[in-house]
Design a protein around this ligand. Structure first.
Ligand code: ZN
Length: 73
C-alpha cells in the first residue's frame, strides 16, 4: 500500500475558494517582501477531502518581464 502523503505538510482548506484566497494572499505577501512568486499558484481539490494550493511548473513570463524591467533600470 502506497498512500500518497504529498499533502501532509500542506495547509489544508475546507473550500476551493479559501485555498485560492490563501494562495493570492501568499503571493501578495511575498511580492511585498521583494520576493515575488513568478510561477502560477493553483488551488486544487485533494484526495484527502480538503483543498490545497501549490506552485505549478508554469512560469508567468509576463510577470518575470515586469520584474526584470523594473530591476534593470
Ligand atoms: Zn490533501
Amino acid at each position: 500500500m502506497n498512500r500518497r502523503k504529498s499533502c501532509a505538510r500542506k495547509q489544508r482548506f475546507a473550500t476551493l475558494k479559501e485555498a485560492q484566497a490563501a494562495a493570492s494572499n501568499m503571493a501578495r505577501n511575498k511580492a511585498a517582501k521583494g520576493n515575488p512568486v513568478v510561477s502560477f499558484l493553483r488551488a486544487y481539490g485533494c484526495e484527502c477531502g480538503g483543498f490545497h494550493y501549490g506552485n505549478t511548473k508554469q512560469i508567468d513570463w509576463d510577470l518575470v518581464a515586469t520584474i526584470t524591467n523594473r530591476t534593470q533600470k
